[in-house]
Design a protein around this ligand. Sequence first.
Ligand SMILES: *[C@@H]1O[C@H](CO)[C@@H](O)[C@H](O)[C@H]1NC(C)=O
Ligand SMILES: *[C@@H]1O[C@H](CO)[C@@H](O)[C@H](O)[C@H]1NC(C)=O
Ligand SMILES: *[C@@H]1O[C@H](CO)[C@@H](O)[C@H](O)[C@H]1NC(C)=O
Ligand SMILES: *[C@@H]1O[C@H](CO)[C@@H](O)[C@H](O)[C@H]1NC(C)=O
Ligand SMILES: *[C@@H]1O[C@H](CO)[C@@H](O)[C@H](O)[C@H]1NC(C)=O
Ligand SMILES: *[C@@H]1O[C@H](CO)[C@@H](O)[C@H](O)[C@H]1NC(C)=O
Ligand SMILES: *[C@@H]1O[C@H](CO)[C@@H](O)[C@H](O)[C@H]1NC(C)=O
Length: 867
Amino acid sequence: MRANRSLLFGLFCALATAILVDGQSQSGYISIDCGVAPNKIEKDIVTGIYYSSDDSFITTGVNFNVSEEYGYPKNLFLPYPLADLRAFPQGNRNCYTLNPSEGKKNLYLIRASFMYGNYDGKNGLPEFDLYLNVNFWSTVKFKNASDQVYKEILSFATSETVYVCLVNKGKGIPFISGLELRPVNSSIYGTEFGRNVSLALYQRWDTGYLNGTGRYQNDIYDRIWSPYTPVSWISTKTTEYLDIFQSGYRPPDEVIKTAASPKSGDGPLEIVWTSEDSNARFYAYLHFAELEKLEKNESRKIKILWNGSPVSETSFLPSSKYSMTFSNSRAFTGKDHLISVQKTEDSTLPPILNAIEIFTAQSLDEFFTAIEDVHAVEDIKLTYKVNKVWSGDPCSPRLFPWEGIECIYNNPNYHIKSLNLSSSGLQGPIASAFRNLKFLESLDLSNNGLQQNVPEFLADLKHLKFLNLKGNDFTGFIPKSLMKKLKDGVLALSVDDRNICNSHSCEDKNKNNMVVPIAVATSVIVLLVILIIIWIILRQRKRRGNSRPGPLLPSGKRRFTYNEVSSITKNFNKVIGKGGFGIVYLGSLEDGTEIAVKMMKDPSSTKPQLPSSSSPASKEFQVEAELLLTVHHRNIASFVGYCDDDRSMALIYEYMANGNLQDYLSSENAGHLSWEKRLHIAIDSAQGLEYLHNGCMPSIIHRDVKTANILLNDNLEAKIADFGVSKVFPEDDLSHIETVVMGTPGYIDPEYYRTFMLNEKSDVYSFGIVLLELITGQRAIVKTEDGDKISVVHFVEPFFEMGELEGVVDPLLRGDYSLDSAWKFVEVAMSCVRDRGFNRPTMNQIVSELQQCLAAELAREPLSHEV
Ligand SMILES: *[C@@H]1O[C@H](CO)[C@@H](O)[C@H](O)[C@H]1NC(C)=O
Ligand SMILES: *[C@@H]1O[C@H](CO)[C@@H](O)[C@H](O)[C@H]1NC(C)=O
Ligand SMILES: *[C@@H]1O[C@H](CO)[C@@H](O)[C@H](O)[C@H]1NC(C)=O
Ligand SMILES: *[C@@H]1O[C@H](CO)[C@@H](O)[C@H](O)[C@H]1NC(C)=O
Ligand SMILES: *[C@@H]1O[C@H](CO)[C@@H](O)[C@H](O)[C@H]1NC(C)=O
Ligand SMILES: *[C@@H]1O[C@H](CO)[C@@H](O)[C@H](O)[C@H]1NC(C)=O
Ligand SMILES: *[C@@H]1O[C@H](CO)[C@@H](O)[C@H](O)[C@H]1NC(C)=O
């Protein structure tokens, strides 16, 4: 039937339209026809897009075809992926896992399609919710069984994996017919929102539509443009060349080369809609190009209004050479909406509109489960082949955590606090992955087939209050450490009687060496000898510097040998930096990813000398390597791997194309660093530090915050680097620790200098200096006209006290910033460098204050114009 369907479809297409040949590449596209038998790839003859089956993207669900009445061949016009579907009778939340080839930090268009088609013969229309990652996307509802529902969203990926989840609300079984993902140029659609929202499509209209397919291959991003021309409008078109590549938006030729104008000559073009939700926030993107040849005495000048107030402050002339796109930088809110495209008084020609897209903003306000917990629970799922619907993020969205899991919802990372795997058919020993669920309070493993000894490490779970091990096949006794917790009343422990040591006899057995039979003693000695031999062999291998399996690295991270490091840096060919710690080289991995390699010592030195393990450099290395392995955040320089064989020690990071902030601020690039960009850099780095202080267990004090330790990638996103001198907080220690003073002159907290007491507020002081450098463009230590060297704090102070902003802000900005924003920024910076740590804000407060600065700056300019 499937073959027939394609054939019929093909025939129909050959008759009705020209068959498209494979043209532009579908590179980066993910196109899934949900509900097809595994391992199939089929081409949609209408669009030329190749769809694959969904078995490699999801493991749950059941395949169905729509009922005969709605499918092929009865319904020849049924668009491609709608004839079959995958339904999810089990589990609250079922997720597709997509790994786009362009990876994170990219904008993607994601489209899901649905048609019920009475696939289950029940004639009931289900209603369910769609989530993108952990955030709500949309509700899916149907008017009738043949209603075709498309949901589309533009979202910026913050991790390598994108989850599309269907959530059962108790109003029918969720299903999905098709799922598509397209990479989109990341510099369009909402860069102005600072990436804190996704844009869900409301309408996308080709106004003045004449003909065309309205999507791929004409549209490289495969947007679907619907025709829209009310009766009071007329259409015009051009066959002239128009440059659609000038802007990243690239509206397809067939869309931009037709336009609507009012029939009545001088009237406006009006687009009206009513929102069911008066809190919805709308963003509109209007595309323009001049299609007529204008005489010398003619002009077409246009202004855009929303509910009577201007969207663009100035009017504009559409270009006949290229397409232009306008959008509102402040959201349209309320119930009733009217966008009016009008001619200005001095325009001789009526207004035109070539295309319009309207989106609603979806907040990204949910957080993800902490990565350590995700790894641990994924590990458990794999080890025991847990037979539950466990997909997407374990804790989030908080209404629908994984079955058997409860979480602690502390921002910005959620942790698993309770895990119930009772009667889940678990076999084998208790996996060590459990010990990584550091926040676990309750663990129910009752009624499984678990074997061997109950491991000691369960007692290391500090927060564990409830543990049920009943109904398993454990051998031996419960470890004493756990029994002690039970006796101390800190742990409620349920366990089968035979695993409890009731009399002294069992405890004594362990202690009483005297009665150990000779045979046992001999075998222990033999065992010891074998262990020693193995140990010696392993040590020798290590000496030879062979690559060897080291401690397990988190997935994606790697341990490198000296030879590998030498090869990925093309024999230490290009130096990109020098630090207190060593030289930094540029390299690239097999897949082309560019990386920075930080070497401990000069690799070109012919005599390799081992840094002794007690030398400060080596210690610094170990501190950094160990810390980096535990830290994962968008604003922390990400760690690719390390090398510590005998010839060298190296740390390998992602490569940051724009170097460090200190160099950037003193380069000619600083001239292009707008106020908004400076604010983004400040917020990024504040978030990185905030994560070190509050998101890490134990909390991390950086101790060397400075502009040279803030790196910028090619999008000028900032990341904190260099934990060389960081020191992990002892977990339940006081709020400060005593150390020798470390850090960089100009950045050191004066209180720390006086008292040798270190806490988070010392980082806050240094960060204040960083903010002052961003504001003023000066270095941490400023040279005055009379040759004195003073701290940037003392440089700013007099102006600050007199309220003279111009004296403070970097002259390179030429006054191009919001005064409100600038004042607030200076105030935040000055509050960070207050004398007493106690009076300084926390990183948390700083992040939110800086976000307000950004909001003030963005509110300044209602016009956002991109050609
Ligand atoms: C759907 O129809 C195709 C083509 O007739 C068939 O091969 C497939 O097995 C059907 N799928 C299901 C789940 O019935
Ligand atoms: C089903 O609903 C769609 C969308 O409202 C409508 O266009 C179509 O005519 C309806 N079909 C039937 C058979 O009622
Ligand atoms: C519609 O497209 C066809 C083929 O591209 C073209 O020949 C025809 O002129 C177009 N019609 C209009 C009204 O533009
Ligand atoms: C994305 O769009 C920008 C302009 O908005 C352009 O400079 C850039 O080259 C585009 N990138 C790609 C990959 O097309
Ligand atoms: C512009 O000039 C043309 C003749 O060159 C004339 O026909 C037309 O009416 C003029 N239009 C306007 C708006 O003045
Ligand atoms: C775990 O789940 C089982 C059945 O689903 C239930 O009987 C038991 O009480 C749960 N355990 C905890 C600790 O909630
Ligand atoms: C997103 O950022 C903008 C500008 O910074 C701000 O106005 C808005 O409130 C933010 N939205 C959310 C949901 O955080």
